[in-house]
Design a binder for this molecule. Structure first.
Ligand code: URA
Length: 209
């Protein structure tokens, strides 16, 4: 699908299989999510612009590459987004962070927003929105709506698993926001869970079920 990148690096796929297994422990699931998120971060930042600055090595002066522009922003959709956030911050420790509290009403499957905090000058930064599961797309669309309302113009969306229904819905709502995912699964079930999926990502990360 146009605007969708599936990250099929063997390490990503291997770790994802372990995350899907129902017998994987809470601690194991969290560790794998952190590891996999560094690999996803590597892919989503692959084409960032560089500039050069003059530095001195112990040998001589040189023009060396550094990232151009303002610090990027990771926008985590609470609560499961925080699992992706940690690994991303391991790779880009100086990034700014936005938290967006959106939960899914289990009956209507509609997003309910309860928290929003973001750094200044969103309009001048690349904003990478993270949520492990792109299911119906409702929460992700609402989060991106909110970020755009606050000025964000350059956004990317990273998830671990996506349902075809959610991808279509998200791309229709935000065709300017490219999506990066480790897998496109089969479908959504009636409760809005991704199948075969990995269950409820938040519950599996935090042992709440
Ligand atoms: N959120 C989850 O955590 N899992 C799903 O399968 C769908 C949405």
């Amino acid at each position: 699908m146009d605007g969708v990148t599936v990250i099929n690096h063997p390490l990503v796929q291997h770790k994802l299989t372990f995350m899907r297994r129902k017998e994987t422990s809470t601690a194991g699931f969290r560790r794998l999510l952190r590891e996999i998120s560094t690999l996803l971060c590597y892919e989503v930042t692959r084409d960032l612009e560089l500039t050069v600055e003059t530095i001195e090595t112990p040998m001589e002066e040189m023009e060396a590459p550094v990232l151009e522009g303002k610090k990027l922003v990771f926008a985590s959709i609470l609560r499961a987004g925080n699992g992706l956030l940690e690994g991303m911050l391991d790779l880009v420790p100086s990034a700014r962070v936005s938290h967006i509290g959106v939960y899914r009403d289990h009956e209507t499957l509609q997003p309910v927003e309860y928290y929003f905090k973001a750094p200044e000058s969103l309009s001048e930064r690349l904003v990478i929105v993270v949520d492990p599961m792109l299911a119906t797309g409702n929460s992700s669309i609402a989060a991106v709506d909110k970020l755009k309302e606050r000025g964000a113009k350059n956004l990317r969306f990273v998830c671990l698993l996506a349902a075809p229904e959610g991808l279509k819905h998200f791309r229709e709502a935000h065709p300017d926001v490219p999506i990066y995912t480790a897998s496109i699964d089969s479908h959504l079930n009636e409760q809005g869970y991704i199948v075969p999926g990995l269950g409820d990502a938040g519950d599996r990360m935090y042992g709440t079920k």
